[in-house]
Design a protein around this ligand. Structure first.
Ligand code: SF4
Length: 361
């Protein structure tokens, strides 16, 4: 078996699409609370997301914003509370068994901690062989399998492959372990990779190598990649498109250059102000003061009404605490939008804020 290579130029073909994706987790009740109503953590609400072939989409937000839950919902590791997921245009809802394996053949996940995601008592050969066998890509003969294993390790730049095949996870560095985890994901021959903070547990010196590897794979295999991160500076470097999440909701999206250079939503502006990127960073699109970074994310059991960012927002207006802002097109670049009343063309936007119009939520 060899890994399919699609050297054609990136297309806009949609691989994975989520519409209205919602996940509410029930809060476990204590014995004395059994007769009280069940409460829910509103981890993800009404998320829309599109992954296209040959493009990296970054999903950025602070811890607890729901971005990892989005990745797990897209991987169908959690059942969703609401919304729809389409794979290559087909609605999907899978729960275990053969249907899940068929889905996982197209959509693979890479986890944050490569050491935890590999079994410490098994070798690299075992992990990769298992993935190839599960997804029926091991070939017919031992020679086919050996070729496929070497091909996977070469693909993630662990060469010569013979040096790594019989090593245990503890004999590898963090970067090498993450490369093995990526090779295992490639063993399914996916069209979409969901990378949940793939470099955040690695040494700074090797993060760039792993990101460059993912970019190389995106280009050579024409993969659609979701890159989950809390580091908006790395999204700017690595991703074609960037979506920003706050307290379970999407608040801004567009191409990475625009979102990071001309952030429209006050939360994105705060994220960028706190990113250690000396190369940045001009003013945002709006005329919002940029110094109000204090405060904590809200409780998602009882999230604030209206805009969830309003308790922390330096530009808060009276309607923000009651009315949920829709996605409003900013107009400075194609596809740039923000869910913020500052850009309501019918409202009183501050001077210097470009006119906007509502787009589908
Ligand atoms: Fe701030 Fe209001 Fe915009 Fe929310 S809708 S980010 S509270 S200005």
């Amino acid at each position: 078996m060899t890994i399919r290579e699609t050297p054609a130029a990136p297309t806009t073909e949609v691989v994975l699409e989520a519409a209205g994706l919602t996940k509410h987790f029930p809060v476990r009740r204590k014995l004395r609370s059994l007769f009280k109503p069940v409460r829910f953590v509103h981890a993800v609400d009404d998320v829309n997301l599109t992954l296209r072939r040959g493009r990296v989409t970054a999903l950025v937000g602070e811890s607890g914003s729901g971005k990892s839950t989005v990745a797990r919902l897209l991987a169908q590791l959690y059942p969703r509370t609401g919304g729809e997921i389409k794979l290559h245009g087909q609605p999907t809802r899978v729960r275990g068994g053969r249907a899940f394996r068929a889905y996982a053949r197209r959509v693979q996940m890479i986890f944050q901690d490569p050491f935890a995601s590999l079994n410490p008592v098994h070798t690299v050969r075992y992990h990769l062989t298992r993935a190839l066998r599960i997804h029926q890509r091991a070939g017919r003969t031992p020679a086919d399998l050996e070729t496929a294993l070497c091909d996977l390790l070469t693909r993630v730049q662990l060469t010569p492959p013979e040096r790594y095949l019989d090593k245990f996870p503890h004999e590898l560095s963090g970067g090498q372990r993450q490369r093995v985890a990526i090779a295992r994901a490639l063993g399914a021959d996916p069209t979409a990779l969901l990378a949940d903070e793939p470099v955040s547990m690695l040494d700074v010196s090797i993060r760039l190598g792993v990101l460059n590897l993912l970019r190389n794979l995106k280009e050579r295999l024409n993969l659609a990649i979701l890159y989950i991160t809390h580091d908006i500076a790395s999204a700017r470097y690595f991703a074609d498109d960037t979506m920003v999440m706050y307290a379970g909701r999407m608040v801004e999206g567009g191409d990475s250059e625009t979102v990071t250079q001309r952030p429209a939503h006050p939360y994105t502006q705060l994220l960028i102000d706190s990113a250690p990127d000396p190369d940045q960073i001009q003013g945002g699109t709006g005329s919002v003061p940029r110094d109000a970074g204090g405060g904590e994310p809200p409780s998602l059991i009882d999230p604030p009404g209206g805009c969830r960012f309003h308790p922390r927002c330096p530009a808060v207006m009276p309607r923000c605490s009651t009315d949920l802002p829709p996605r409003l097109e900013i107009g400075d670049a194609p596809g740039h939008w923000a869910a913020c009343w500052l850009y309501d063309p019918a409202g009183a936007a501050p001077s210097g804020t470009p006119a906007a119009r509502e787009i589908g939520s």
